[in-house]
Write a protein that binds this ligand. Sequence first.
Ligand code: ADP
Length: 145
Amino acid sequence: MKIAVFPGSFDPLHKGHVEIINKATTVFDKVIVAIGENTTKQYMFGLDERLATIKKVFRNNNRVEVKTYKGLTVDFCKKENANFLVRGLRSSADFEFEKAIAHNNTAINAQVETVFFLASAETSFVTSTIVRELLRNGADVGHLI
Ligand code: ADP
């Protein structure tokens, strides 16, 4: 069984994330959406709310599981018997950043391979930072989330 972990903050989950998760479920038997708990980071949405939202969005997709984790992503992959890490790419800047993380992850755990999915033209401009900024200013975000 091919198990993949899709890690992130998902603060909040948006259409770009949903697209990557849906693409990943066409390749992997199980995709664990993993919300990283970083105690030093300030989030707009609480962990429980983010967990509940992602579960609700994917309630009809039995290949998707949603979990939270602390510590290194590669350690979480090992615990879940996942040999693949999924990341989304929006731009060449994303690629350079993700490449460094992927190489470092492989150095720690060679059993975990990072697989990238390209964002579509429609969602590549969506980021959680932009969604949060719009929400803070009372703007409508219905087209992004
Ligand atoms: P992080 O906490 O690492 O910033 P995010 O929660 O913002 O992570 O995103 C998690 C993953 O989703 C990352 O791989 C990121 O590249 C990907 N992602 C974020 N936004 C988009 C998008 N619009 N299209 C495709 N992938 C995206």
